[in-house]
Each structure stands twice: as C-alpha cells, then as structure tokens.
Design a protein around this ligand. Sequence first.
Ligand SMILES: Cc1cc2nc3c(=O)[nH]c(=O)nc-3n(C[C@H](O)[C@H](O)[C@H](O)COP(=O)(O)OP(=O)(O)OC[C@H]3O[C@@H](n4cnc5c(N)ncnc54)[C@H](O)[C@@H]3O)c2cc1C
Length: 399
Amino acid sequence: MKRSSGPIGWINFSNKTEHIYVWGAGVTGLLFGYYLKKNGFNFTILEKKNRAGGLIETKDTAFGPAETAANAIFADENFLILLKELKLDYIKAKSSLKKKIFRNNKFTTFPLSFFEIIKIFFRLFRKINYHSNMSVYDFFFPLVGKRVCLEVLASALNGIYSAPIKELHFESIFGISPKSKTYFGFLREYKKFKKTNIKPYSISFSKGMQAFISRLENELKEHIILDHDKSFNQFERNIICTSAKDAASIINDNNISNLLEKIEYSSLNTTTVFSKNRIHDLQESFGVLFPYNEDSSLGILHNSAIFNNRVKDSTYSSYTFISKNDKNLDPYKYLQSEIESFPTSWKKALPIYNLERIKTISKIRATFYTNQSQLMLHGNYVHGISLRQIHNNILEVFK
Ligand SMILES: Cc1cc2nc3c(=O)[nH]c(=O)nc-3n(C[C@H](O)[C@H](O)[C@H](O)COP(=O)(O)OP(=O)(O)OC[C@H]3O[C@@H](n4cnc5c(N)ncnc54)[C@H](O)[C@@H]3O)c2cc1C
C-alpha cells in the first residue's frame, strides 16, 4: 500500500528477513528502529554523527539540565504505552501554571477583553468559507478578528512552529479539513476529532530529554552504527529519517531530491540560563509566548516552574529563551546579572508548515506512486513537528 498520510513511500513489511536500513538516529530513526525490533525485522540504523539523538540533547551542566531542542513531550495514550514498554519513568509538568503572552510590552495572562469574548460568541454562527489552501489567519480572522489572530493565536503558534500565522497552512497545523458550515459546528467537529481516552499532558524525565534518547539507544545498541560511511543503494530497503535537506542528498535522485530541497526551514536560537535572580512576572507561570514580530522573539520557558529537578541548587531558577537569532531576547534584559547561560543555535531548526510544504509533500507522495523501489521518508517535515505526532505516524505504519 502506498500511503497518502504519515510517512511517505512504501516498504513491503510482509517480508521480515530482507535487511532494512534506517538513515538517521534522531528521535524519528530511533522510534522507527524500536518498532522494527518489536516486530522482528532485520535492520540497521545508520547515523552520520558520533552520537544519537539529532536535535535532542540534554547538557548536564553544573547548575542543572539544559535542553538543546525539545523540552517536553505532549504525551498521549500511545506515548505513555511506549514509555511503559521502555520501563522509563517520567515526570509530569505542573498543571496549575499560567501561560502568558507578550502584549503591550507586558506579560499578560488572559489575552481577551470582555468585548472580544462577546464578539467571538456572536461570530460563532458565521459561515465558514473554507478552501484547502487557507492559512490559519484566513480561517480564524472572521471569528476572532485581526488583533486576536495577530497577538494571541500567532503567539501560541509562533512558539511551536516559529513562523507567521499568515504563512501557516490551516490543514497542516490542525490536521482537519472542516465539513461544518459555521464556526460553532467546526468547534464541535474539532473536539470530536481530538477526542482521546487520555487527555495528553506534558512530560519530561528527571535528567531531561536525553534520558529518553539514551533509553532507546540502549534498547537498539546492536543495531546502531554511528559515524557510518555507507552509500545509499536504491535496490535495498531504506527508511530515511533525517531532515528534508539531508534526505535530498542521501537519495540523490533528481526528481525527489529537487522537491525535498524546496522544504523551507527556520533558524532557532535557544539559551538556557540559570540565575539567582527571578523574572517576577513569570512566577507560577509556564512561561511567555511572543507574537510573530520583527525582533524574532518566540518565548521564554520557565523550566524550574514546569518540572522538578531543573536546578541543582533551589536558590537558582532556570529559563530557556527562544528566538530566531541570537541578537534578540537578551536574558540580561530580564535577569540583569548573575547568569550562567548555555546557548544552542540551529541554522535549520524546524520545517516551516506553510502551504508550499504541503504541496511539495503531495508531489513527493505522487512521485512515489510511480517509483518501484522500497523507500520510506519520515521526519518532522512530513506530517507533524512534535514527538507525539512523529510517534503516532510510525504506529500507523505497523498497524
Ligand atoms: C528548539 C526546539 C524546540 C523544540 N521543542 C519541542 C518540544 O518541546 N516538544 C516536541 O515534541 N518537539 C519539539 N521540537 C521538535 C523536535 O525536537 C523535532 O521535531 C525532533 O527532534 C526531530 O527529530 P528527527 O529525528 O526527525 O530529526 P533530527 O533530530 O534532525 O535527526 C536527524 C538525524 O539524521 C542524521 N543524519 C543526517 N544526514 C544523515 C546521513 N546522511 N546518514 C545518516 N544520518 C544522517 C542527523 O545527524 C540526525 O541525527 C523542538 C525543536 C526545536 C529545534
């Protein structure tokens, strides 16, 4: 079966003996490897660097853990089952924390005014003029208006997708093409679509996200080759779990590689700081999100409020400052002095979930229908950025 959602391409999984090569030992490659092992396949994970984990790594600093990418997993029932199978203990994020957004030069808690709430209520019965190319902004503007779109919704999405709301493709972000005629109907439809047995919640591990990577790596140790020098052979069975750019150079096939090259990525800079000073406006808060703006600030996470074990000395606080480049969102502006900082800079951090991406992915899928080789592509550019989505897409393959 050639797939129309989830990982791109096809492998004949009814044949368990022929070898499978998984390219990349980031979380996608490791998760694929885990289910290949569980289902009795013969496989090797090839990693070009000298460590597994890809974007995800926890620096074990003298002050506490500092993450280079994902800080948490928004874990659903499937993810919790996986952690149980791995016998890996996790810690839950504190649930009572307030999420703030940056508005009028302040960190504010409830971002809607009374009049905006009333207006939204009456607009719930407006007709949706849906078309499949719609951006998130185009979809929500008739319901919530310009300000709420650009300040509130944009802040929430900018913190996850690091792209402007006018560029983000509605269906790629929400995973649904609405059938309802009104916004009221859509909200009910979306609630039903999202319904799960256990409501997802944010988790991490006492030593940080590296614990998850190390556990998978240990489980798969006989199958992983670090610093590999193998060349791609299209007559073998391959699952490529790298970024789109790296997948393009591995496959080196004009048609597919040219398309993969078109997927755009945003840069990101994350700096985890430990300080005896506190950001008072973020006490008892998850952190703050910034709307998409010129100075490219995305958010500040209050790590030591979200999870226990984020500071070795309880007189310190831990924050992660996330921005598009390192010129902005200066920790000193908020914490003045006494800062120990651990920065990470990614030139190509996250794929941009715009309309171009979904069109390109559709074209790549179509190319695969005429392609006879056993090849699969998966990663955060295909069908969801988060670890939860990457994992669920892999589970679909093994159903
Ligand atoms: C700053 C930041 C914060 C984030 N926060 C969250 C969060 O809180 N929660 C969440 O769920 N997600 C979060 N994400 C997203 C999540 O971290 C990523 O989507 C995920 O880690 C991507 O994993 P991956 O394995 O697909 O790709 P990668 O981590 O990029 O791994 C790809 C691997 O392929 C290897 N590779 C490349 N070329 C080759 C080759 N030729 N041969 C072999 N190997 C090769 C690379 O070396 C790398 O190890 C965040 C991302 C960033 C950047």
